[in-house]
Design a protein around this ligand. Sequence first.
Ligand SMILES: [Zn+2]
Length: 295
Amino acid sequence: MYNFYPNEDNRLAFYDNLLNEFPFIQAQLIGKSLVGRGLHAFSIGNAENRVLIAAAFHGGEWLTINLALHFLRDLCLCLDCGKPVCGLRLEHRLNKRGITFIPCVNPDGVEIDLSGAESAGRYAPFVRSQIYECDCWQANARGVDINHNFPAGWDALHRREQDMGIYKPSPTRYGGTHPASEPETQAVMDHTEMNRFSRAYALHSQGREIYYDFKEYTPPESPAMSRVLSMASGYKVSKPPLIADGGGFKDWFIERFHQPGFTFEIGRGKNPLPLSDESSEYQRILKALCLTLVI
Ligand SMILES: [Zn+2]
């Protein structure tokens, strides 16, 4: 059921089925990608106190969509008929703390990675000119890396990109001409500003690692929380490589709201991770996902 390639058609069909099966889900269209694909948010549980789980900031990390949707559906089954998740009855927790999911932050990048340059609409010629150099498309349709585009340490990251010879749109790691230049970045920021989530979890791949800090803004409780999440998942608490420090969603969330924000790097191997990793990686991280309702 979750073992599907999360290209747009399959994803929208999954959303339709989910909303039919569980009408209590609050669905919102929070924005559109460059090519016009919808950015969707799905919320369950307490509406006054919510955490955010967002996935697929990077196109070639589409397996994070499957994990997010798998968890969302398991929580819905728990709310609907009391089916335990990981042996836990979480419906009481969900009444205290809700979750909003943004399963696919970068739908154009996912589509390009899964279906090729032709899915990039008017950006197809640009994508075609770049795609031969890479076997994994991470950016959006015009070659801006959404997770280098958030306004947190953007200038320093921009200089590091240039030090690495990245001056222009490319399949990965180009942060744009200015912070929040991309509609996908802006949609996620607007939704987060409006909802004031108490914590945020960004799903990326790969490495089975957890990142929690961002400069002096890191909340005091974040190190202990990351250790608990690490114990539950077996993931290692790490610092991102220098080129991935700043510009990211969790960086912006921490700096802007002074609340705990985390990155989970799911899976291990080479992006894009194969669909066949979905079940085992979900089981590996499930306890840590459940803990987002507790810690
Ligand atoms: Zn990523």
